[in-house]
Design a protein around this ligand. Sequence first.
Ligand code: ATP
Ligand code: MG
Ligand code: MG
Ligand code: MG
Length: 438
Amino acid sequence: MRLSRYFLPILKDAPRDAEIVSHRLMLRAGMMRQEAAGIYAWLPLGFRVLKKIEQIVREEQNRAGAIELLMPTLQLADLWRESGRYDAYGPEMLRIADRHKRELLYGPTNEEMITEIFRAYVKSYRSLPLNLYHIQWKFRDEQRPRFGVMRGREFLMKDAYSFDVDEAAARLSYNRMFVAYLRTFARMGLKAIPMRAETGPIGGDLSHEFIVLAETGESGVFCNRDVLDLPVPGADVDYNGDLTPIIKQWTDLYAATEDVHDAARYEREVPEDKRVQTRGIEVGQIFYFGTKYSDSMKALVSGPDGAEKPIHGGSYGVGVSRLVGAIIEACHDENGIKWPEEVAPFRVAVLNLKQDDATTGEACEKVYNALSAKGVDVLYDDTDQRPGGKFATADLIGIPWQILIGPRGLAEGKVEIKRRSDGSREFMSLDETINRFT
Ligand code: ATP
Ligand code: MG
Ligand code: MG
Ligand code: MG
């Protein structure tokens, strides 16, 4: 992508009403634009990051055996009357009427709809276990939308729903999602700690929130420091095998949100020098809720003995759009964003340091074309900004690798490569540069 032909509306000044750094940086870097309170347009740079995050979530869901589908954003009120949640959900639900005065709602979550789909087709225990997910926009009319995409009203969520024949089987499904979440967040460069959590309006009695520690987070949390250093399972983890050793390792050490915090147990189990009491960002939550929806909505399967029983369910959410903000909270410095490579909007930026110099232009074109041809995401700054402005833009938008090309280096046959994460620099030839990134 040539920056001169791109749409990257960078803001010079920090927007005044943005309270936290990720919100300020997303606005300054031209990633998104607020269209109404808690409702955002994703501009090209932000959209690229959103799609990268979504793809990591998808790959890890698929790896764990979940199956993707897509449900609509609008749902019938009658569906929610079946579970009793139409009235219970309260003012967070956006309620809509169509031209026939039929009552609809913009889905805040999808337990009811997926249960309706499940019960229409699945009749036998032989079809289980089953885990279906989608990545779809949700709407919650939050009391206080704030912090940009972190607490939006319209936001992108991955939500998966598991169906099992009994509680023991449902716990295996829960464990698979637990491990998938460890892998998902680690691949994005995040440390997200599973913490015991309240179940809230989803219901049920077993739940973990995945929390990224951050002072600006909205949840108070307590944990044992050692939980921060636990190993994350590799891509070769066997989802059909026994995952309990992994779950045990991650749940033996104390880690809880303030809603379920047990001060006596915390003091008993966690030595004083290991106690961490801080704040965090909830990037995902998993629930086992048993027969809460299958009872009320009659999602029954017949067992080996022919008798019909309600299925045992769980649901598993990831805040895809919130993650964009959470990653910035974890990865930035005073100059801007430092994207982990896996979610960066572009992997490499090529900076032309002397726009009116023909030799420099040729060298830039050579690198840009060679990398593009090999499928590397490259942003080529071919604008007529001065070098200082180009450095500032590249740092602000957080591209992991900057290739600086100017006449002084080229006279010695070299270009400079700057790594955004630690500011380290290297010099090498054009060909070495091309080989390095392909
Ligand atoms: P919160 O406690 O932040 O209000 P929640 O517990 O209500 O979130 P869940 O129902 O668990 O949210 O939804 C799954 C995930 O969706 C959350 O873990 C979070 O990452 C994301 N999410 C929830 N509400 C929002 C929102 N208003 N804006 C952006 N992401 C959200
Ligand atoms: Mg909420
Ligand atoms: Mg919550
Ligand atoms: Mg939650």
